[in-house]
Design a protein around this ligand. Structure first.
Ligand SMILES: [Fe+2]
Ligand SMILES: [Fe+2]
Length: 261
């Protein structure tokens, strides 16, 4: 668990995850468009893990048919991370933090090399391991507004959405946040709920709490691309894309937008 404080220059933060660079079904065109959206609009970016596929030939999950041809050969995983570094380099100063996912962690576990930590050092950005609590502060007309973000690579998966929604919304029982964000399940959606509180003037206050599932850039089911894991497991095809979280100081609220590619 990492705790961060960020003073933001842009009120919009892109939440993107599960690039799985190295898999031949990763949508590199969509990934480059997301980076371009961040760069052109000056947005902040948070990456929620599974940056690279990280499945070596010694791994029982290895399937030659899923490897993008350009990564076959020596130093396969090293070249996957170099590719992500090259992709993110132009927006390095807009990246708030990068999380590690379970695919990234498999390299750490078996090879004692933390590739995401090295990547963050190269990009001079914050490495937030698997999970973080972050205070996002934004100044508008001299007034400072702060929001609490809980972000994690995540742990919920499965064929249906219900379990993922329950998992995200259940976080509110023991974590104090305005926005919770998780990757891992590759599903792209958000939900929200109202929370009651008593204002400092003694009246009823309501605030909206957001639960964000940040999607993926890995296409699960592709025509003519061999037999994929999601296909074998009976998963639904999922949207490719990311979420944009906009802090809205005028109403002291937050808005979330799905970007489907
Ligand atoms: Fe993933
Ligand atoms: Fe994952």
């Amino acid at each position: 668990m990492i705790c961060n404080e960020f003073n933001l220059e842009s009120e919009t933060t892109v939440l993107a995850s599960d690039f799985h660079v190295g898999n031949k079904n990763t949508d590199m065109v969509a990934l480059k468009k997301m980076v371009s959206d961040v760069r052109k609009n000056g947005y902040n970016l948070i990456v929620l893990g599974d940056l690279c596929e990280c499945i070596s030939s010694r791994d029982k999950r290895f399937d030659m048919g899923t490897v993008a041809p350009e990564f076959l050969g020596d130093n396969m995983i090293g070249r996957q991370y170099k590719s992500v570094e090259k992709l993110l380099k132009p927006i390095a100063d807009q990246i708030l933090m990068i999380h590690s996912g379970n695919h990234d962690q498999s390299v750490t576990k078996y090879c004692h090399i933390d590739m995401v930590k090295d990547l963050c050092e190269n990009l001079e950005t914050t490495y937030s391991e698997y999970t973080a609590l972050s205070r996002l502060s934004y100044c508008k007309r001299g007034k400072k507004f702060s929001y609490n973000l809980y972000s994690t690579h995540g742990h919920a998966a499965g064929r249906l959405r219900g379990g993922k929604v329950n998992s995200l919304e259940g976080l509110a029982s023991h974590i104090d946040f305005d926005i919770a964000a998780a990757g891992h399940s590759h599903d792209l959606f958000y939900t929200s709920q109202q929370r009651m509180f008593q204002t400092k003037f003694g009246h009823l206050g309501l605030k909206t709490q957001y639960f964000c599932n940040t999607g993926s850039f890995l296409k699960g089911i592709v025509e003519g691309s061999g037999v994929s894991y999601p296909e074998q497991a009976g998963y639904r095809p999922l949207k490719i894309g990311y979420l944009k979280v906009k802090l809205n100081p005028r109403e002291y609220g937050v808005s979330v937008e799905e970007v489907i590619m």
